[in-house]
Design a binder for this molecule. Structure first.
Ligand SMILES: Nc1ncnc2c1ncn2[C@@H]1O[C@H](COP(=O)(O)OP(=O)(O)O)[C@@H](O)[C@H]1O
Ligand SMILES: [Mg+2]
Length: 244
């Protein structure tokens, strides 16, 4: 990945920093970008599943670049990977147990997951591969919550799901996240990202081409940044702390 990966890594640092700093009512930072922009690579690098060739990943001011993924999980970095990545032949409960392997102390236990999602308790012995896409996504989110993360990385929750299911999942998330968890989410569904995020970063070829609050970036700016059109060269100039 050479030089570009180095550039990517510096954005990785910026993204973690941004996510950690956002502590307001909507602590969701969203990364948007076209297919192949480098969104998943960025999240995987933060979670430790991918090593940057240059740059570093800072988490709460600590350099975690050399930590293995399980140690980052213990520090509080959790992830719902693109495509959910459940073990289809294992049961719902066995998939959830994976999330508890490197768990921190915190509010999320198996019991709490079952209290929150009654259907999961009823179907805990069913193989995960038999669930619908939306149900699988909910299991994948629950698996990540069971590690009691401080920052939750969400990679394309909407992928392959019907709009009504996407709405339900994001609605459920905002309730769950009221507990003060910080979220860094990746979405190709730009309107969804703009709806839920307090701050967006648009990635193109591993670089941030636009960032700002949803209220401060225009649809034209987003479109230009997303597709790499010339107008995107000037990132949003919204001054810090000047939101309405
Ligand atoms: N910073 C980067 N420098 C060089 N190559 C990158 C970088 N980020 C991602 N890539 C490569 O680009 C391709 C698409 O990346 P990916 O993260 O899957 O994109 P997305 O999730 O946005 O669709 C992958 O082959 C990945 O290795
Ligand atoms: Mg991806």
């Amino acid at each position: 990945m050479g030089r570009q990966a180095g550039n990517g890594a510096s954005h990785e640092r910026a993204a973690v920093k941004g996510a950690g700093e956002a502590g307001g009512e909507r602590p969701e930072n969203a990364i948007i970008g076209a297919n192949g922009a480098g969104k998943s690579t960025l999240l995987r690098t933060i979670a430790g599943l991918h090593s940057p060739t240059a740059g570093s990943v800072l988490f709460d001011g600590t350099d975690v670049t050399r930590l293995r993924p399980e140690h980052r999980a213990r520090q509080g970095i959790g992830m719902v990977p693109e495509g959910r990545r459940l073990f289809g032949s294992l049961s719902v409960e066995e998939n959830l147990q994976v999330g508890g392997t490197y768990a921190r102390q915190g509010p999320w236990t198996m019991e709490r997951v079952y209290e929150t999602f009654g259907w999961m308790r009823e179907r805990r012995n069913q193989s995960a591969g038999q669930l619908s896409g939306g149900e699988q996504q909910t299991v994948a989110i629950s698996r990540a919550l069971l590690a009691n993360p401080r920052v939750l990385l969400l990679d394309e929750l909407s992928l392959g799901l019907a709009p009504v299911v996407v709405q339900r999942i994001y609605g459920m998330l905002s309730q769950i996240l009221a507990a003060g968890l910080t979220v860094l989410l990746v979405e190709q569904d730009v309107s969804q990202a703009l709806r839920v995020a307090s701050h967006i970063h648009c990635l193109l070829e591993g670089r941030t081409t636009l960032e700002g609050t949803p209220a401060r970036v225009s649809a034209d700016q987003v479109e230009a940044a997303y597709f790499g059109l010339a107008a995107a060269a000037a990132p949003s100039s919204a001054p810090e702390g000047s939101e309405p």
